[in-house]
Write a new protein. Structure first.
Length: 323
């Protein structure tokens, strides 16, 4: 399999966390996982580059490194109100024109906006900056309550840690859910977070601390194959259906049904990649009852069919046992 070349374009003052999001997903070699990506860093003026963390980085590659990149990552930009360097804008446009995927994490969206790569498209950035992005670039459809948006050739993410969500999403697109889940497991984090970013921006409601949803989430995950109604979930949590829905909205930004469907789709992806089970059997195993229902839900979520997904991401290793 051809290794995918990812190059991060860093700019002073560089956020070390946003850069680490991309480096951790695309640049770290992990025991037992095949190497699917190469990771590099470049800047407009190679040499010492200052960071927000108070130390300097030594960056040796210049903008010509983007010429060989399959994906270009802008891991934040700390001067979004300043005009971008013409050389940087030109390099991004050239990379995009020849087919490289251009990815912005957090405030890096402003650099893509200045390059004209987001005109008349949906985009997101850190919740503190969405109003500024809307005001300065009215031709962009800004979505303030979204963790990431991927158009295929261009992608943007919300603030800081949402960069990890976007990078893992890109791994799922490139190599399937199982490979992305293995990377997430090494990172000790969920392969996909539900909801949007405004659940983190909004102030917590007054009153006693919110009860954790972890027990009911674990219970739901263990019973994906069962028909679970809203009343079943509420009964397990010991609250009314309305109270449970409110807690899901407050803590996860989604309804219980949407969270459960997301888990069922993710489970179906893994079974399509790692087993030879027929589509109807997979549908039953993940609680979607029939092949027809699985196809409909799968296409709505991923814009492809289960069969096409299996052809794209079926692992070469022997299938897992069915029992």
């Amino acid at each position: 399999m051809t290794v995918h070349r990812v190059v991060a374009l860093v700019l002073p003052l560089q956020s070390t966390f946003e850069l680490a999001c991309a480096a951790e997903v695309f640049g770290v070699r992990r025991p037992g996982l095949p190497v699917r990506y190469e990771f590099g860093v470049c800047t407009e003026h190679p040499g010492r580059l200052s960071t927000l963390a108070g130390y300097d980085m030594a960056v040796t590659a210049d903008l010509t490194a983007l010429d060989a990149a399959d994906t270009v990552v802008i891991p934040g930009w700390q001067q979004p109100d300043m005009p971008a360097s013409p050389a940087v804008v030109r390099a991004l446009r050239l990379a995009h024109r020849r087919g490289a995927r251009i990815v912005a994490i957090c405030s890096g969206t402003f650099l893509l906006a200045q390059a004209g790569l987001l005109d008349h498209r949906r985009a997101t950035t850190h919740w503190r900056m969405t109003a500024e992005l809307t005001a300065r670039f009215p031709e962009i459809q800004v979505e303030p309550d979204t963790l990431y948006i991927d158009h295929g050739d261009v992608a943007t993410s919300a603030g800081t840690a949402a960069g990890i969500d976007l990078c893992l999403h890109l791994v799922r697109v490139d190599h399937g859910a199982a490979y992305a889940a293995q990377i997430a497991r090494h990172m000790v984090m969920p392969p996909h977070r539900e909801g949007g970013q405004l659940q983190y921006a909004a102030p917590l409601p007054a009153g006693p601390p919110l009860d954790s949803l972890a027990p009911v989430l674990d219970w739901m995950t263990e019973r994906l194959h069962e028909p679970l109604s809203a009343n079943d979930l509420a009964s397990r949590a010991g609250v009314s259906a309305r109270t449970l829905a409110r807690r899901f909205a407050e803590q996860l930004g989604v309804s219980p049904g949407r969270w459960l469907l997301g888990k069922r789709i993710a489970a179906a992806q893994v079974l399509l990649e790692e087993t030879d089970l027929p589509i109807d059997a997979i549908a039953v195993r993940v609680g979607l009852s029939s092949a027809t229902n699985l196809r409909r839900r799968f296409h709505r979520a991923l814009r492809t069919t289960p069969a096409a997904y299996r052809r794209a991401f079926r692992r070469e290793e022997p299938a897992l046992p069915i029992g």
